[in-house]
Design a protein around this ligand. Structure first.
Ligand code: SAM
Length: 205
C-alpha cells in the first residue's frame, strides 16, 4: 500500500519553504512583526496556556506567544524553517517539532490554543488540517487561523507567485465556516478586511 497522496504533495511544499528559510525575513515586510504583535495581543491569550504554533516558520510569533504561555510548541513541516527558529528562540518554554499538520503526532486535547498564522492556504487537505488541529484542542480551547492581510490579498499574492504556491488559497467565508463547524468547533469570531484575516473556532465539547 502506498503513502496517502498528501505526503507526496507536501514534499514539494516542504522543499519550497526549506529553500527559502535562510532568507525568509528578507521576503516579509519590515512591519510584519509589529503587526503580528498587535494581532496576538488582540487574541487576549490567558496566562499559562498550552500553545501550538502550526506552520510556525522561523518562529516569528515566539516572543509574543511565550510571554503568556505555559509552553509553546513550534511545529512546521520544514526542518530548515525550524532550525532558523531554534537559532533565535531560546528558553525552556519553547519546543520545536517537525511534523505535518495533516498527521499531528500529538495526543488529543493537549493544547488550549492552536494558532495557524499565514499558513492555512498551504495545507494540501484543508479539511483534514482543521480536523487535526481541532482534535488536539482541549475543551474550551481555541483554533486561530490568521493573516495580517485580507483573504483577497493573500489569494492574489499566491496566484501571482505561481509555481508551488500558485493555487494555495484561503477558501471563501462560507466554506471556511463549514470546515470549522464540520470539525466540531463553533465559530467564535470571524473577520476579513484590510486589517487582516482572523477566524477563531472554539472547542465547546
Ligand atoms: C508563509 S510561512 C508562515 C510562517 C509563520 N507562521 C509566519 O507567520 O511567518 C508558512 C509555513 O507553513 C509551513 N507548512 C506548510 N505546509 C505545512 C504542513 N502541511 N504542516 C506543517 N507546516 C506546514 C511551511 O513550512 C512554512 O514554514
Amino acid at each position: 500500500m502506498g503513502h496517502p497522496p498528501h505526503r507526496e504533495v507536501n514534499k514539494s511544499i516542504r522543499a519550497f519553504f526549506d529553500e527559502r528559510a535562510a532568507n525568509w525575513d528578507d521576503m516579509v515586510c519590515p512591519q510584519h512583526a509589529e503587526r503580528l504583535k498587535t494581532m496576538v495581543a488582540a487574541l487576549g491569550l490567558s496566562d499559562g496556556g498550552r500553545v501550538l504554533d502550526v506552520g510556525a516558520g522561523n518562529g516569528v510569533l515566539v516572543p509574543f506567544l511565550a510571554a503568556k504561555a505555559r509552553f509553546v510548541v513550534e511545529l512546521d513541516i520544514s526542518r530548515r524553517m525550524l532550525c532558523e527558529g531554534r537559532a533565535r528562540s531560546v528558553g525552556e518554554k519553547v519546543a520545536f517539532l517537525q511534523a505535518d499538520v495533516l498527521d499531528l503526532p500529538i495526543a488529543p486535547a493537549a493544547f488550549d490554543v492552536v494558532i495557524c498564522n499565514s499558513c492555512f492556504p498551504h495545507f494540501s487537505d484543508q479539511r483534514r488540517a482543521i480536523a487535526e488541529m481541532a482534535r488536539v484542542l482541549d475543551t474550551g480551547g481555541r483554533l486561530v487561523v490568521c493573516h495580517t492581510q485580507s483573504r483577497e490579498c493573500i489569494n492574489t499574492h499566491h496566484r501571482r507567485a505561481g509555481g508551488t504556491v500558485g493555487g494555495h488559497e484561503l477558501p471563501p467565508d462560507d466554506e471556511m465556516r463549514a470546515l470549522v463547524t464540520g470539525a466540531g468547533l463553533s465559530v467564535a469570531e470571524f473577520s476579513n478586511g484590510p486589517g487582516g484575516y482572523c477566524l477563531i473556532g472554539r472547542n465547546q465539547r
